[in-house]
Design a protein around this ligand. Structure first.
Ligand code: FAD
Length: 501
């Protein structure tokens, strides 16, 4: 039942203006609450942003946005928060990524039939596995992200409906649910196909993650909106403000003040207490449960994940952006062999380049942005963290030089013609978003480890509802945007109100 207009409205305070926080704010306003967001940075978006260097825009998030397919519950959520609309234009991309080795290239195309033909041409001896792979990706298209309401509010009908929609997906789970990407790749004889499977996600991760990711692209449900990631965040901010929300930037929250099992408000850096009836932390959970709230409130599952990073790894990157000739075309996202590159104690022999010329936002004066990323893990984070300020700067600069040389070796037409725009590391994500170990996705449960799902409540505090990508591994934008909605639905449920918003 909706409340009367004259009645004092409950105030929701959201901590963090990333995708989860903006989503929570929009749904809170739609549900009739007053809402204020406090964001520690100067702009919205959190991890879903980009920035300008030397007049070029570096887009640093969306490689694919699950939920771009009309008719899905997730699309409705993206529409409601103003991120997508019927007018949204998508990038003219037609593949997930390509892998190159020994002069041969294979690509995971958006068109599955094309991929099947190409893989069979490259490795006829893998026919049986290739056909199975294509079938598994086809089945994985059924793995739709539940976005209507939190699963604890599901009834028997919801489960039956899901069972029908995902009728074939259990076959993939049965065969590959406990298999890492690396183990899965060993079923293929071709070294190139093995590389193809291992190139994108860290190879110790579950094979299912790769299949489901590729399936969303092959299903037209993982497109890239034109205008880059920051614009998507700004559209959500605009929607939030249009609905009457207030967002304050450069206002980090230092503490959540709890009295008698009730959170009474948030303390800002300048010491002010901003009162709230409900608080939705939509920020990284590590600083949340180490700084803003006493550790004893940390959910047990989360504690376990922090204690066992080898079972719950996170992904980050050492990334470099360049300006190059706009006519340079290497394919969309292309992985290549490189002369071994040492980063800390680990050695990398593959890396990718991605040209952003498809979006005019990333093109200027006949030049486009080109990016590369060396995937980083917890171990790499610890390496970066061990360096002094001066060492950090020096290692970064040296790596940029080494990477630039390797790109020029692979693409001689770029030699001497690449302007370095910027380089950033796992520590950048930690500094900018408070990201645990610099992770820009949530924990990835390795096969055999339990997938982390944090119940949206903080035990023993009545009115805190959690949001953000760290609520459900492996995180990402769909988890972030739905978690904001779910947090508000949990508040509505606690008030015995209709959860349909
Ligand atoms: C290079 C890269 C590529 C990616 N590619 C994809 C992709 O292709 N598809 C996909 O789905 N996902 C992708 N992601 C992941 C995606 O960006 C994140 O999952 C998502 O943006 C997380 O949103 P969030 O709101 O949960 O958290 P965050 O973005 O971390 O937002 C949290 C916000 O809280 C703020 N904050 C923290 N502490 C405080 C405090 N004390 N007070 C006030 N504010 C605070 C932070 O500044 C931040 O703005 C990518 C990320 C990166 C970096």
């Amino acid at each position: 039942m909706k409340r009367g207009i004259m009645e004092k409205r409950d105030r929701v305070v959201v901590i963090g203006g990333g995708i989860a926080g903006l989503s929570a704010g929009i749904y809170a306003l739609k549900a009739g609450f007053e809402c204020t967001i406090y964001e520690k940075n100067a702009i919205p978006g959190g991890e879903c942003i980009g920035w300008n260097r030397k007049g070029f825009h570096i887009d640093n998030c969306i490689h694919w946005l699950t939920g771009t397919k009309k008719g899905t519950d997730l699309y409705e959520v993206w529409k409601t928060v103003g991120a997508l609309s019927a007018q949204t234009e998508y990038a003219p991309l037609d593949s997930f990524y390509s892998s190159v080795e020994g002069g041969q290239t294979v690509t995971l195309w958006s068109d599955l039939k094309r991929t099947e033909r190409e893989l069979l041409a490259v490795s006829p001896e893998d026919e049986e596995e290739i056909r199975k792979f294509i079938r598994y990706v086809e089945y994985s298209k059924q793995c739709i992200y539940p976005a209507e309401k939190p699963m604890e509010m599901w009834g028997i009908r919801d489960y039956i409906a899901m069972g029908k929609e995902m009728a074939d997906f259990p076959k993939v789970m049965k065969e590959l649910g406990k298999c890492s990407i690396e183990d899965y790749s060993k079923r293929f004889r071709s070294p190139l196909l093995r590389k193809l499977l291992c190139d994108y996600l860290p190879k110790e991760y579950g094979a299912i993650s790769l299949l489901v990711s590729y399936a969303s692209i092959a299903d037209g449900n993982g497109k890239v909106p034109m205008g880059a990631s920051l614009q998507l965040s700004l559209r959500m901010e605009k929607k939030f403000k249009e609905l009457g929300g207030e967002i304050f930037y450069n206002r980090g929250v230092e503490e959540i003040v709890v009295e008698k099992k009730t959170a009474v408000g948030v303390r800002l850096a300048d010491g002010r207490l901003m009162e709230a009836d409900y608080i939705i932390p939509a920020m990284d959970f590590y600083p949340l449960f180490h700084r803003l709230l006493p550790r004893e409130y940390m959910p047990a599952g989360l504690r376990k994940a922090y204690e066992k990073p080898e079972a719950y790894p996170v992904t980050s990157g050492f990334q470099v952006a360049y300006a190059v000739d706009e006519h340079f075309a290497c394919g969309e996202t292309v992985f290549v062999d490189i002369e071994p590159l040492e980063v800390g104690s680990r050695t990398f022999d593959r890396m990718y380049v991605k040209a952003y010329g498809y979006d005019p936002v990333c093109v200027k004066d006949g030049r486009q942005v080109l990016q590369t990323c060396i995937t980083q893990t917890d171990e790499d984070y610890r390496y970066w963290k061990s360096l002094s300020k001066a060492e950090y700067k020096e290692v970064k600069a040296k790596l940029v030089q080494e990477i630039t040389r390797r790109i020029a070796e692979k693409y001689p037409e770029l030699a001497g013609k690449m302007d370095v725009l910027d380089a950033w590391t796992p520590l950048t994500y930690e500094r900018y978003c408070g990201a645990y170990h610099g992770g820009y996705m949530s924990f990835i449960a390795k096969p055999g480890s339990k997938k982390l799902k944090v119940n949206g409540k903080v035990k023993e505090i009545r009115n805190i509802y959690l949001a953000g990508q760290w609520t459900t591994s492996p995180g990402g934008l769909p988890v972030a945007v739905t978690s904001g909605k779910f947090a508000v639905q949990r508040i509505l449920k606690s008030q015995k109100r209709d959860i349909a918003i």
